[in-house]
Structure formats: C-alpha cells, structure tokens
Design a binder for this molecule. Structure first.
Ligand code: AMP
Length: 174
C-alpha cells in the first residue's frame, strides 16, 4: 500500500464541527485492517531507531496510534488531556486559540529527564495545540523531543509556530 491510498481513504467532512472547516476524519483509516497496519508500520519505520522511551498522545485522537507505536518501539505511553480529566497531580499550560484560550494537562510524574519523548496527534492544522504540548513536555527537560502527525494540512503552514530544529514528521500531506 502506498501513501496515496492512505490519503484517498481519509474522509473529508465539510463544515464540521463548524461552517468553513474541512474536517479530516481518520476513522476511515483506522477501521480498515490493512490501512491501520500500514500506519503502524510507517510510524514504526520512522521512529524505531530514535531511542524513544515515552510516547505522549494528545487527547483524543492521539490516543489511537500513540499506544500502537509505543508498544511496537518498546516505549511507555503518556496522555495529555483537557483540564479535570487526569486523576493525579498535573502540570498544565494554556495557549491562545482563534477565540479565547485552551489548557492542556499532563501528570506531574509522567516524564523524567532521562526520557526521549515522541509527541503524537492525528493532525497538524495551525500548530497551536502541538506547540503547547511541546512546551509542556519541555518543562520535564527530556533528552530529546520528536513530533509526529498522521496528517499535515500544508496550506495552514502549522510548522511555522515551532522553533527551528524541531523534529516534525507527518505521514500524509493534504
Ligand atoms: P491546531 O492546534 O490548529 O493544529 O489543531 C490541531 C487539533 O485540532 C488536532 O488535535 C486535530 O485533531 C484538530 N483539528 C484541527 N483542524 C482539523 C481538521 N480540519 N480536521 C480534523 N481535525 C482537526
């Protein structure tokens, strides 16, 4: 299977959840056994030799391929969640959105300075969410940080919000 086949299988939902948004639905990739396997293989090939010890997934669509990749590379999995969802002590960061601000949290004991971390989410749009996640993970001073997406929306140029040298990879560009 090639990347074009994966790309063609992403379902586009116009005007969801609000008018003007072209929502990229990745559940059409996940429901197909061969496509799910291909996503897993592509992520594995990209990250198998990086010494990653923790995969961090962003709520909620980062919770699907994140643990799949973690098990394949022998890393642990850590969730980043919206406020009030994580049960133990957390650290958090707030970031500006188009309208208002958002906050994300991670358990205070989730990562150590010995970890090499990969942060995964399904999609890079403006980059605001992932930038905040990178800043949150940096508070733990890990050895290194990698950033991974299934889909990157090229027109929005979300990469521009990251510091130069940030190691970003996406499986599909749309
Ligand atoms: P951003 O912070 O703008 O990069 O937005 C990224 C987050 O919003 C990710 O968690 C995505 O799941 C979600 N998202 C933003 N735009 C879309 C879109 N067009 N289709 C699907 N998910 C989106």
């Amino acid at each position: 299977m090639n990347r074009e086949e994966l790309k063609n299988a992403v379902r586009n939902i116009p005007d969801f959840p609000i008018p003007g948004v072209q929502f990229k639905d990745v559940t059409t990739l996940f429901k197909d056994a061969d496509k799910l396997r291909e996503l897993s293989d592509l992520l594995y090939e990209t990250y198998k030799d990086k010494g990653i010890t923790k995969v961090v997934g962003i709520e909620s669509r980062g919770f699907i391929m994140g643990p799949v990749l973690a098990t394949r590379i022998g890393a642990g999995f850590v969730p980043i969640r919206k406020p009030g969802k994580l049960p133990a002590e957390t650290v958090e960061i707030s970031y500006a959105k188009e309208y208002g601000t958002d906050t994300i949290q991670i358990h205070k004991d989730a990562i150590s300075a010995e970890d090499t971390v990969l942060i995964h989410d399904d999609l890079l749009a403006t980059g605001g969410t992932m930038r905040a996640a990178v800043d949150l993970v940096k508070m733990f001073s890990p050895k290194d940080i990698y950033v991974s997406f299934i889909i990157e929306l090229k027109d929005l140029d979300g990469r521009k919000v990251f510091d130069a040298g940030t190691k970003i990879d996406s499986i599909l560009e749309m």
